[in-house]
Write a protein that binds this ligand. Sequence first.
Ligand SMILES: [Zn+2]
Length: 479
Amino acid sequence: MFLSVCVLCLLALSPALGAPAKGPCARPRNKLLFISFDGFRWDYDRDVDTPNLDRMAEDGVKAAYVTPPYLTVTSPTHFTLLTGRYIENHGVIHNMWFNVSTQEKKQYYQTQFVDDYWDNGSLPIWITAQRQGLKAGSLHFPGTAATYQEEVVQVRQVEPFLYDHNNETDWRLNVDRVMGDWFGRQDLDLVTLYFGEPDGTGHKYGPETPERRAAVRQVDRTVGYIRHAARSHGLADRLNVIITADHGMTTVRRGAGVNEIVLADIPGFSFRDVKFHLVDYGPSGMLLPRDGLLEKVYRALKGGHPNLHVYKKEDMPARLHFSKHPRILPIILWADPGYVINGFLPLQFNKGEHGFDNELMEMKPFFRAAGPDFLRGLLVGGFETVNIYPLMCHLLGITPEINDGSLDVTRHMLVHSDSVCETTAGESLGWRVMVGLSAVAGFLVLTFVVMTTWSKCRRDRESSSLDQPTEDQEKQTSL
Ligand SMILES: [Zn+2]
């Protein structure tokens, strides 16, 4: 009887002790490296030899392009990658933090350290992963410096002030750290890794230049280095790599014959009617008119320049998903391709810009993915970058937060495309709970069986020796 109960006990324990082997959610969880090369436009591999990016496409998935959210600038679009939410829903609405009461503005770098700018309701994937038992890290990725609901990404390297974004030697040191130390020694499950090129070069020289092509070659060499490093650290078979970017880049029109947009020159418009403004920052702008002057400011600017688009916040095209958030100011401006919005004087000298309408092909980034969970040699059409977040959550086996994307958009890229199921999402925590409960139940059953058997044996012995006192009983009676 004891033996049979123990067999039952072991059978009960076996699913918890063994690795998951059957069922649609039973695939092993691989690590994930998510990389952004800032400003890498979807077609940058067309006029430059990119053997490493080409090889990655052969080994995995290449999308024709991906569509970033509007506003197509760095911090907002990166936070969409990390949360799967449109910008009006996650609230990181601009690269610059600002306060309309004090008129204070912080530039891109300082804004990285304003916790409550980033931490306003949407959790980046690192925190979600950590809460579900995984280990996450981030190197230089926008949003890394901030604290979210009193948590930070556990392993992080925050970009230093005035960091040299195109130093290839430094790029390799960062890759070595991620592969050797973070994925290797510290056994992280998820790392996000950011490179500031080819954005910087695209701004400085323009996207259609030899300098930009050289920056793309540097990116390509780095992709080769990353994949080589994965192999040399024994990670290749258990590491998925996704590479994309935050936005693209287009050439700014300059010179005689270009009708620059200068708001102060528009008849009927005056900055005296505006309480706060965010302009002189590429092709987009936002205005807060003084009380009672919204209609006046709007009417003055609307139609004030042939290449300037002017919208009241509530009238923004729904497809842009850039109107709901309270931080978005009442009047939104954006320029046609090639134009930037100046306040008083044309003092913007970048030769390349982004921040334009996300329908513009020049604003769309690239996308590559390869690793054990991705099909090989698959070319797919364009899709919105909000959908990358649910893909990453699925790869990691974690339950996503509320988001604006869908796994259905990328499911066909996966080897286990039919193995998607909700229970996979809870695998990390749920599996541990199941193992724990099974172990406790097994222990209790075992204890019960041992105690019952021992008591029974004792009773049998006692009943069979009633007429023949044992040595123990003799000793007891002698007391
Ligand atoms: Zn950027």
